[in-house]
Design a protein around this ligand. Structure first.
Ligand SMILES: Nc1ncnc2c1ncn2[C@@H]1O[C@H](COP(=O)(O)OP(=O)(O)OP(=O)(O)O)[C@@H](O)[C@H]1O
Length: 592
């Protein structure tokens, strides 16, 4: 208890002198003695008690008797007035009396007030610290949100913008704070402000907004009212829905196309299958089957990797020539200097380095069967006239030979080039074009038959699982993700991609997170430059490898890659081997 102060003097009420004598030696302080009515009897001092009590008019007694005493319940009870009026204050505490001088009590009350003030100050400080901490926590929470949070007061003055605004707009939050929303809209920094609409209508407003950097966000502004029901704040939350919007668009697109889905059609070619369920592909297939028994020349148009080669095989297999050879010549893959001898063969000693016995060409090997001239647009102009003879008369001469040889072949050609434009540019002979272009067939790219993506994904998954004795599966999201890709390299790219998943899978069920790296390589074709410093040689190699991987998905032959990259074909072949990218190359002519 604060009132038990050291300086307080104990007060005794009617204690027999004898008792007092016994008790006195243990007291350190003077004692005040009062009677029953609380009238002062005397002030005792440890050593001088008896002496002073015996002497009438003792100075000490007199001082006390002239003094004014006030009995109070607690020290804090004494008022300013009391402190002026009385000299001593007697307080009872636990049946013991204590006597304080007015000075002591004033000092005590002063200390109490100071403590009180200090306590208030401390609790205010604590309250402030707590508020600041809360404010900091709140800011951190808001700033860690992926959504952008935008807060204004009732007048539209921007009070807070979370950090993610940088991600959305490219501008830091400071570009907006302490400005008025009207000013931001007026300057065109914000378009179609939902905050402004909420200010005007006092209702929740939601809108899809497009930012100049291409991002689409869904912004929702909500009014916040104070206790009196007046508008106090407007809190706007913006969520990046760019990916969602893109997915939605693609899904809608694929759903529209889905309506054109046909029953699955399947053909087996060698150990592989040709499979489709897209209406446009099925009609191309039907036409192919219809013209297959005829001997007329067929011309297949389509982007690289769509399946021109497979369709040519199907035509051959549906023709009376199916027991004979199907010879596929990739005109873009054979070096220009060799193409004539590869195609037509050569006589013994026709040129330096030629075999002494001569060599039959692919045309001769196709006798009785089908000759498939893939990438016919790559045929050198000088050779085109020789091909024209072959198509017209079914005759040809070997390199270095004089004899006209006759063959019974059916010619199927294919290209992903615009031959009409090449004719205009005089790089392709018009007469040859019309000779070859008797029955044109068109294979649509994979992006125009999205319903085939899933079908082909499942087919290739099963095929490669069997080939590599694996049990890899794709979960629903991974399949959806694959379905939504562009597949600019068409079926070949999808096939290679699934093969890569099966070969490199670390677990049985592949989910969407396991795909992106490979997806980046296969679909976006962005060349990633090394993100950290490394020896220049290694950085060059990494970039070179990426460029080659991309080129492989874009071009069907090393000759085309060489042309696109401005180096010779041998360099490309060497580098493909160096980076172990050459496994899937089938540049060599296929002979069946
Ligand atoms: N509908 C399909 N079903 C199954 N596999 C297919 C289908 N279409 C194409 N493929 C496969 O895709 C790969 C590429 O096909 P193909 O070589 O016939 O394409 P292409 O159009 O001739 O390409 P390029 O123009 O580059 O020569 C092949 O492995 C082929 O088996």
């Amino acid at each position: 208890m604060a009132e038990k102060k050291n300086k307080a003097v104990p007060v005794l009420d009617h204690v027999p002198i004898k008792e007092l004598e016994k008790w006195l030696p243990f007291q350190k302080h003077p004692i005040v003695i009062v009677d029953k009515t609380f009238r002062l009897m005397g002030v005792l001092d440890k050593e001088r008690f008896w002496r002073k009590a015996a002497q009438e008019g003792n100075e000490a007694i007199e001082t006390c008797t002239n003094s004014r005493f006030l009995r109070i319940q607690s020290l804090s009870e004494a008022t300013e007035e009391d402190l002026q009026k009385y000299d001593y204050f007697i307080v009872e505490d636990d049946h013991q009396y204590f006597c304080y001088t007015a000075n002591e009590l004033t000092a005590w009350q002063y200390v109490q007030k100071m403590n009180g003030l200090m306590n208030i100050n401390q609790s205010l400080q604590e309250e402030l610290d707590r508020a600041l901490r809360k404010n900091r926590d709140l800011k951190q929470i808001l700033n860690s949100s992926y959504d952008e949070i935008f807060v204004t007061d009732a007048e539209g003055n921007v009070l807070f913008v979370s950090d993610s605004c940088k991600h959305f707009t490219g501008l830091p939050p400071e570009a907006y704070t302490n400005k008025n929303i009207r000013e931001l809209v007026h300057k065109g920094i914000i378009k179609e402000s939902v905050t402004l609409k909420t200010m005007q209508t006092l209702t929740v407003q939601t809108a899809e907004q497009k930012y100049p950097n291409g991002k689409t966000v869904l912004a929702t502004a909500k009014p916040v009212y104070d206790d009196e029901g007046k508008l106090y704040r407007i809190v706007t939350n913006s969520r990046d829905i760019s990916e969602l919007a893109e997915m939605k668009r693609k899904l809608l697109e694929s759903q529209t196309i889905q309506q054109e889905t046909c029953p699955i059609v399947q053909h087996s070619i060698g150990e592989k299958n040709f499979i489709t369920q897209s209406a446009n592909m099925v009609s191309a297939l039907k036409l192919a089957e219809k013209i297959a028994p005829l001997d007329s020349s067929v011309f297949i148009h389509g982007e690289s990797g769509v399946g021109k080669g497979v369709l040519a095989r199907i035509i051959h297999e549906h023709s009376p020539r199916k027991e004979k050879s199907f010879i596929q010549v990739n005109c873009g893959a054979i070096p220009e200097s060799l193409i004539e001898s590869e195609l037509f063969g050569y006589e013994a000693g026709a040129f330096t380095g030629a075999s002494k016995r001569g060599k039959p060409g692919m045309v001769q090997m196709a006798d009785g069967g089908t000759l498939f001239l893939d990438e016919i647009g790559e045929m050198p102009l000088e050779l085109q006239v020789k091909i024209l003879h072959l198509v017209q008369d079914k005759t040809f001469k070997k390199v270095g030979g004089t004899d006209e040889k006759r063959v019974d072949i059916r010619i199927i050609s294919a290209t992903n080039k615009n031959l009409l434009q090449m004719i205009e540019e005089k790089t392709f002979r018009q007469d040859l074009y019309y000779r070859l272009h008797v029955v044109p067939l068109r294979i649509p790219p994979l992006r125009d038959r999205k319903q085939d993506i899933l079908l082909l994904t499942d087919y290739f998954l099963e095929h490669f699982n069997q080939k590599y004795s694996q049990l890899v599966e794709l979960d629903v999201n991974a399949k959806l993700f694959i379905q939504l890709q562009e597949w600019r390299g068409n079926v070949r790219e999808l096939e290679n991609f699934i093969e890569q998943i099966v070969v490199t899978a670390q677990k049985q069920i592949i989910s969407i997170e396991d795909l992106p790296l490979a997806m980046n390589q296969h679909t976006h074709h962005d060349i990633q430059f090394p993100s950290h410093l490394m020896p220049l040689k290694k950085a060059v190699e990494e970039t070179e490898k990426q460029i080659l991987s991309y080129a492989l998905t874009k071009y069907s032959s090393t000759r085309k890659i060489a042309k696109a990259l401005g180096v010779n074909q041998t360099t490309i072949m060497r580098k493909l081997h160096k980076y172990q990218l050459a496994q899937n190359r089938t540049d060599e002519p296929r002979i069946n």
